[in-house]
Write a protein of this length. Structure first.
Length: 374
């Protein structure tokens, strides 16, 4: 058989069906929103959880997340549905709103909410729709709404979380641990410093950066190993200051690919404490997922919603305000994505009950089922 014939035969080989429900992960392109959807999807895919819903034969499986970027004048409108919402999207994105519909649609961001509502209706209610963050519209258009408790939303289909639903899969943790195994030798008095930036509520000023730099210099002199990372929102001059500071005090620093592979997860794994600026629910929740003692660094500005969020972390024992020194304490890690994923599994099983399984083997002895099947 020639190479060409082999290639043709391989191309005609049947594709194995994908097991389990189809889950579409949707965001409006904002990194924070995409991260929350990704966390819930990964929690849903945890082995024990996925095996409970593996009997569902979904259609329209997708291997990559979906980004929807609607345009004006649709983005000026409020409401669970937009007129002709498909045409709010650029032409290359419109095919998303076509069958076969997924079993689960998980989206985040107000601009994705009209499409969540549309898919629920277009699928005849067969798609379980999960909207993350306040959709700013009627709750009845969605099956589940996931919001941080500091938003103070209530309703029979509302799940309130403390902060953002962070999640780190065992595979990702193992990969990060192996890729940065050298950090294991630096356990004890190691601290990850996670810097955000400017937002609607907060501003990362030069004065705050200078004061933080003085505190970090003092901590380094006391023997703390510092690992400093910035975000997309960190102002460029602040990034430059922190990079120079890291060089001066011998701290590790990462702000992008130019600094090598991203060590963020490894630094969370191999640190004993965290300093996190107050502006990001995602970054604070990431540190709380790992159970790190969180020292919240103040920025300029505030908002009632963020104030409530910070107080909720402090009440739970996850965090304290950063006053220039580091402390150690312990608490139950914050695992909100798992709680959301459990509710999704519950609703899926109500729609697609597990088939009855024989509990007797050939000899008549009872077969003990694993926990996830009981």
């Amino acid at each position: 058989m020639s190479v060409n014939e082999k290639s043709k035969q391989k191309a005609k080989a049947p594709i194995a069906p994908q097991v389990g429900p189809s889950v579409w992960a949707v965001s409006d392109g904002r990194a924070g929103n995409a991260a929350q959807v990704r966390s819930i999807v990964q929690a849903l895919a945890a082995t024990g959880r996925w095996m409970r819903i593996a009997h569902i034969q979904g259609q329209g499986h997708r291997d990559t997340p979906i980004t929807l970027t609607p345009r004006a004048p649709w983005t000026w409108l409020r409401g669970p549905r937009w007129p002709l919402e498909k045409f709010a999207l650029p032409p290359e994105q419109r095919s998303v709103l076509s069958p076969p519909w997924p079993d689960v649609w998980i989206a985040a961001g107000r601009r994705s909410a009209p499409f969540t509502a549309a898919v629920r209706e277009l699928s005849g209610g067969k798609t379980l729709t999960v909207q993350v963050l306040d959709p700013k519209s009627s709750h009845d258009a969605f099956d589940l709404i996931v919001v941080p408790e500091h938003d103070e939303l209530d309703g029979p289909n509302v799940i309130r979380t403390v902060g953002a639903p962070s999640y780190f899969s065992p595979d990702n943790i193992e990969d990060a641990g192996q890729a940065f195994a050298d950090l294991a030798d630096e356990n004890g008095r190691s601290c990850i410093v996670i810097l955000g930036g400017d937002s609607k509520a907060h501003t990362f000023t030069d004065a705050i950066a200078d004061k933080l730099g003085e505190d970090l210099t003092r901590l380094s002199g006391l023997g703390w190993r510092l690992r400093i990372t910035t975000s997309r929102r960190t102002p460029v001059p602040i990034v430059a200051k922190m990079r120079a500071l890291a060089d001066r005090i011998g701290a590790r620093f990462w702000s992008g690919p130019e600094d090598g592979p991203n060590p963020y997860l490894a630094w969370l794994l191999y640190s004993d404490a965290a300093i996190v600026t107050e502006d990001s629910a995602n970054m604070l929740s990431d540190a709380a997922w790992h159970g790190l003692p969180i020292h919240i660094a103040r920025l300029e500005g505030s908002s009632p919603k963020f104030d409530r969020f910070h107080e909720s972390l402090i009440r739970r024992g996850c965090a304290r305000w950063f006053e220039g020194f580091l402390e150690g304490w312990s608490y139950e890690p914050l695992r909100e994505a798992d709680r959301v994923a459990e509710e999704i599994v519950k609703q899926l099983l109500a729609r697609h009950p597990q088939p009855k399984l024989k509990t007797l083997d050939d000899s008549g002895d009872k077969v003990v089922l694993p926990d996830w099947m009981q």
